[in-house]
Design a binder for this molecule. Structure first.
Ligand code: 5GP
Length: 230
């Protein structure tokens, strides 16, 4: 006679979740030449809960779409140099004539409370972060073409010719550094770029090393004992 296994009888000892996700958040570093569209991408990514965008400090001039305390914290060069002395930054750099830095404390606080942290920083900063946090996920976003990058920088209308020239030069230098990154996305289509980054995040969440524990409903020996009794 065929035996049936009555599943109700196998009491759940530990709980019904097979895995316990790592309590630590992911650190996601996104770099891209200026004008590639990374701010639009990150603002879309941040619509999901449990994510935090690290607000950098900068000495550059505010653009019309910048909001103090949201896109950046804007400070004078003197104030920036003072903060370097006070060890306020986890990393900082000088980019196209301005200083940019990532504040130190908040990153660790967010990661250890399980929140995924996004840094939108240039290549030197990304390299420095990887030294401090080897588990950081480094993503580089490319424009569809250099011509398109020029169009976008001009259309933005915030920078004069000299500034655009500096940013384009910098873009070439940055693209050369792409081998330091783990992932590359060509931003042809915003929706696809976002979904590609979501896939990268999901795949990291599924890594065995990012899972704390596998929790089985019932010990093997208990299951064997039960099955013997069927
Ligand atoms: P933008 O002036 O276009 O906002 O930024 C210029 C560059 O500086 C971008 O590549 C941006 O990602 C980078 N950046 C912004 N904040 C930081 C930061 O805190 N650290 C570093 N290393 N780069 C930053």
């Amino acid at each position: 006679m065929r035996k049936n296994i009555n599943n109700d009888k196998i009491k759940k000892r530990i709980g019904d979740k097979m895995i316990e996700q790592n309590k630590r958040g992911l650190l996601i570093v996104i770099s891209a030449p200026s004008g590639t569209g990374k701010s639009t991408i990150t603002s879309e990514l941040l619509k999901t809960n449990n994510r935090y965008f690290s607000i950098s400090t900068t000495t550059r001039e505010k653009r019309s779409n910048d909001i103090e305390g949201v896109t950046y914290n804007f400070v004078s060069k003197e104030e920036f140099l003072k903060r370097i002395d006070e060890d306020y930054f986890i990393e900082y750099t000088s980019y196209a004539g301005n200083y940019y830095g990532t504040p130190k404390n908040i990153i660790e606080e967010k990661l250890s409370s399980g929140i995924d942290v996004f840094l939108e920083i240039e290549v030197e900063g990304a390299k420095n972060i990887k030294k401090i946090y080897p588990e950081a996920i480094l993503i580089f976003i490319l424009p569809p073409s250099i011509q398109e990058l020029i169009n976008r920088l001009q259309k933005r209308g915030t920078d004069d010719f000299e500034k655009i020239y500096k940013r384009l030069n910098k873009a070439y230098d940055e693209i050369k550094e792409i081998n330091n990154y783990e992932y590359v996305i060509v931003n042809n289509d915003l929706t696809k770029s976002i979904s590609d980054i979501e896939s990268i995040i999901t795949s990291h969440k599924c890594l065995v090393k990012n899972i704390n524990k596998i929790k089985l409903d019932i010990e093997k020996k208990d299951l064997e004992n039960y099955l013997k009794g069927c």
